[in-house]
Write a protein that binds this ligand. Structure first.
Ligand SMILES: Cc1ncc(COP(=O)(O)O)c(C=O)c1O
Length: 307
């Protein structure tokens, strides 16, 4: 869509981002373990990701003055034709380890892109549909993207994906676009039911309240358990980064804790480039009691393992 609208072909993506497994989206992915195509598409450049806990530029926020956003302008000037089609990013990087950009990041990026006529594609596949306390995570950043991609939670298990754009951009797609499974009525009905359920049951409010409870509980655990180096997230998309005393990633310790939690009946995710981030992306209907239970169990396991 971005290529059709702009008539350009180059892209900028973020290091540690994940965008999918088709030829182009895998080429836009910045995680080695998910780049399994030996012949990726060219014309793609990667910018440093806005990962304040381990800043790839070795800087500290806010003194950095959003140097990672400014790096995109440098890439446009030095590594592209000067007119890329678009920049693509997850509004919160999921597989990178629940990396939440600092406030102001996307605003600065959008200003730079607008200057060069490039679009902003917001990947909401993990973050969309109430997960972060807003319908879409980008709403937390006060920026309107040009194109948004979405899937996963929209179907609540039913296979469905979608994109949204402005009429001006979407209207440039004029050729036939039918596909075998596109517009599937069963998936579409599931998607509509999910949207209704989110609103009727105030899942955005629940994601906010339960996310706050979870992060506060994790912060309390951090006081007792030095293995927890950083806690970050928005709504019910939260991460606890496991680190050794010298601050380096602690993936073995995390694996051992996740196994013990599984034995107690809790399946928790794992992500991060160092495979050391405990990732909480639970069902949005999770209750206050559920969160207390997981926090208590985690406290016990960390105590048992003397972490
Ligand atoms: C952030 C993000 N974008 C896009 C995708 C889409 O991937 P796929 O090509 O498997 O549908 C995923 C899937 O895990 C994802 O997490």
């Amino acid at each position: 869509m971005a290529q059709i609208y702009t008539g350009k072909s180059e892209f900028i993506a973020l290091k540690n981002g994940l965008h999918g497994r088709t030829k182009l989206t895998m080429s836009l992915t910045g995680i080695g373990m998910w780049r399994t195509d030996p012949n990726p598409v060219g014309g793609i450049n990667f910018a440093p990701n806005p990962y304040c806990y381990r800043c790839p530029l070795g800087k500290k926020h806010p003194e950095c003055n959003l140097a990672c956003a400014d790096a995109i302008e440098d890439i446009i000037k030095t590594a592209t034709s000067g007119q890329p089609a678009a920049f693509i990013a997850e509004s919160i990087q999921g597989n990178a380890g629940i990396v939440v950009p600092p406030k102001g990041y996307f605003k600065r990026v959008k200003e730079i892109l607008s200057h060069y006529g490039a679009l902003f594609i917001d990947d909401e596949v993990q973050t969309g549909f109430a997960r972060t306390g807003k319908m879409f995570a980008i709403e937390n950043f006060d920026v309107v993207p040009d194109i948004m991609s979405m899937a996963k939670a929209l179907g609540n298990g039913a296979p469905i994906s979608a994109f949204i754009s402005t009429a001006e951009i979407a209207d440039t797609y004029t050729r036939p676009g039918a596909s075998t499974l596109g517009g599937n009525p069963v998936s579409s009905t599931a998607g509509l039911a999910v949207l209704e359920y989110i609103e009727e049951h105030q899942l955005m409010e629940n994601a906010n309240a339960r996310g706050e409870q979870l992060r506060k509980g994790l912060k309390d655990l951090q006081q007792k358990h030095p293995i927890i180096g950083d806690i970050r997230g928005l709504g019910l998309m939260d991460g606890a980064e496991f680190v050794k005393p010298d601050g380096s990633p602690a993936p073995e310790e995390l694996d051992s804790v996740l196994e013990a939690m599984k034995d107690r009946g809790f399946i928790i995710g794992k992500n991060g480039i160092g495979r050391n981030v405990m990732a909480f992306q639970p069902p949005l209907v999770i209750t206050e009691e559920d969160i207390n239970e997981v926090l208590n169990a985690l406290d016990m396991v960390l105590m048992e393992q003397q972490l």
